[in-house]
Design a protein around this ligand. Structure first.
Ligand SMILES: [Zn+2]
Length: 287
């Protein structure tokens, strides 16, 4: 009997180690500090009334059996801890409007450390787009493969004039200059990151020319769509069109695509700058 018990426990161990990839995926929702408070109409000019909001700056850590993935790296470490630091690195106007309150301990390397990981453990960094609050710390990951829509690389280096070409505007040249010679997987469309259907990158242009979102299949939670700036917050889902778009038409198509994916697949939509959602679901792992 003892022998059977041993074989059974060996078989059980074998089953656990050969379980499908989706069984062991975990997703952590972190924030690179908060922006605000400021009037929502500064971001969403179509919103009918003034309202003060304070919003998270979302970053994601995904543990997959084939490696650790970071989705967006937040605000550059240089803006941490004081308004003076912010104004040395970002345009003063952006600091004054966004009012970032990022502490050094909020930055992605420290968030990884808190989770028992280091920047060198990260196999792939996926970038939704090249704005200051999303690609800020790309330079911390020289060993990773960087996954971007190729158009967004062009956009980061030479933004549309309507989106600002100051070297420290919405696109901060120093952020990406630190990573010019990194390894990029330059995409032109959808991509199945690990080839097993659990992590898919989906072009959601409009906010910028090459913005992408990520769909993750989690074993317990099910499918989640991490929109990043394709949908900032619930008010955008409710039909109030965001400002700052490269293309309002493409933005609207992307929001509609996300809504239909939500409805067809029963997927949960997780939004980059939604304070209520972050209060409920942020700062923790999702399985
Ligand atoms: Zn953003």
């Amino acid at each position: 009997m003892k022998k059977f018990g041993l074989i059974a426990s060996m078989l059980a161990t074998l089953c656990i180690t050969t379980a499908p990839a989706a069984q062991s995926q975990e997703l952590y929702w972190a924030t690179s500090g908060f922006f605000g408070p400021f009037n929502i109409q500064g971001l969403i000019p179509t919103y009918p009334e003034a309202k003060q909001i304070t919003i998270p700056v979302s970053m994601w850590v995904l543990k997959h059996p084939k490696g650790v993935v970071v989705f967006d790296t937040g605000n550059n470490v240089a803006i941490s801890d004081s308004m003076d630091n912010c104004k040395k690195y970002w345009a003063a106007g952006n600091c004054d409007f966004l009012k970032p309150n990022q502490k050094r301990s909020d930055v992605i390397d420290m968030q990884l450390k808190k989770l028992g990981l280091s920047v060198d453990d990260v196999k792939a960094v996926v970038h939704s787009h090249s704005h200051l609050d999303h690609i800020g710390n790309i330079g911390m990951f020289p060993k990773a493969i960087h996954v971007m829509q190729k158009k967004e690389l062009y956009q980061g280096w030479w933004p549309e004039k309507i989106q600002g070409r100051a070297v420290n505007g919405s696109f901060v040249l120093a952020d990406i200059a630190a990573a010019r010679d990194f390894n990029y997987l330059e995409l032109d469309g959808e991509y199945d990151l690990f080839g097993d259907g659990t992590v898919k990158l989906i072009p959601t242009p409009g906010h910028t020319i090459g913005h992408q979102s990520m769909k993750v299949k989690l074993p317990k939670t099910g499918s989640v769509i991490i929109t990043q700036d394709a949908v900032w917050m619930q008010e955008n889902m409710d039909g109030y069109v965001a400002g700052l778009n490269y293309s309002v038409k493409d933005y609207t198509d992307s929001v509609n695509k996300i809504k239909m994916m939500r409805d067809l697949e029963g997927a949960q939509v997780l939004m980059s700058h939604d304070a209520n959602q972050f209060a409920k679901l942020g700062d923790r792992w999702h399985k």
